[in-house]
Ligand binder design. Structure first.
Ligand code: ADP
Ligand code: MG
Length: 249
């Protein structure tokens, strides 16, 4: 049994079958990559894991408990954090103020909006937020206006906001999309460091094969909403079906 178990998940949008009989088992403290062409259903699958979408049929369980029927913040409190395809940060707050939101939300279970109201009043958890910023090499940007950050820094901030929650499962939807090569490499190093601690499971959707092959223990190839093949990175590289459906060879 994996820490994350997805069984026979189906999701339709009107006449479009976005996910068809998706099965996925992710072993604890491993990195599982999900790759596949645009429109394959990768983001839809992640949305079904975090309560943003509800599958039409099938089951999703985390650490032996069903996530279906729970609200996104309740799933977050079960230990699942997610880095979005488009960074979800509060651009009117500074970097450190953004960091305080998950710190506060984690502590008292408050909904995000209440956490935002409390953010300036709460100083006691600042150390924790600063420590995490230091880990992602952004402490020097502590008081920068988040809206003015580079794309790479916005993603690092969002990642730090997830990591400070100490999730058991981190879901990453194209974490290096739109990043310059240097930022991508920094992100790989950061994720490698986190992985090496051995106490977090990661599910990563990624187009950049260099990122995938640097981090993944297992890879699932999704095509038209259905897993085509799941295997080790070594076997995926040479798989004829994958070359044909995804690598365009
Ligand atoms: P990927 O992340 O692999 O690029 P998505 O999961 O975003 O793919 O999308 C899968 C398919 O579902 C696409 O055809 C997309 O247009 C469609 N889709 C995604 N979200 C919605 C939605 N909220 N309403 C209708 N169609 C959607
Ligand atoms: Mg997507």
């Amino acid at each position: 049994m994996g820490i994350l178990e997805v069984k026979d998940v189906n999701k339709r949008f009107g006449g479009l079958q976005a996910l068809g009989d998706v099965n996925l088992s992710v072993a604890e403290n491993t990195v599982h990559a999900i790759i596949g062409p645009n429109g394959a259903g990768k983001s839809t699958l992640l949305n079904c894991l975090v309560g943003k979408l509800i599958p039409d049929t099938g089951s999703v369980s985390f650490a032996g408990r069903s996530v279906l029927g729970r609200k996104p913040y309740q799933i977050n409190q079960m230990g699942i954090s997610r880095v979005f395809q488009t960074p979800e940060i509060f651009t009117d707050l500074t970097v450190i103020e953004n960091m305080m939101i998950p710190v506060l939300a984690r502590r008292d279970g408050a909904f995000k909006l209440r956490a935002i109201e409390n953010v300036r009043a709460e100083k006691s958890l600042m150390d924790e937020a600063e420590h995490m910023l230091d880990e992602v090499n952004m402490l020097d940007k502590r008081d920068a206006h988040s809206g003015s950050l580079s794309r790479g820094d916005k993603r690092r901030l969002e990642m730090a906001m997830c990591l400070v929650q100490k999730p058991k499962l981190l879901l990453l939807d194209e974490p290096t999309a739109g990043m310059a090569r240097a930022d991508t490499n920094n992100t790989i190093e950061l994720l490698k460091t986190i992985k090496a601690r051995g106490d977090i499971t990661m599910c990563i959707i990624e187009h950049d094969m260099h990122v995938v092959f640097s981090l993944a223990d297992r890879i699932t190839v999704l095509a038209q909403g259905t897993p085509l093949v799941e295997d080790t990175p070594e076997n995926i590289k040479g798989h004829p079906k994958v070359k044909e459906a995804y690598l365009g060879e």
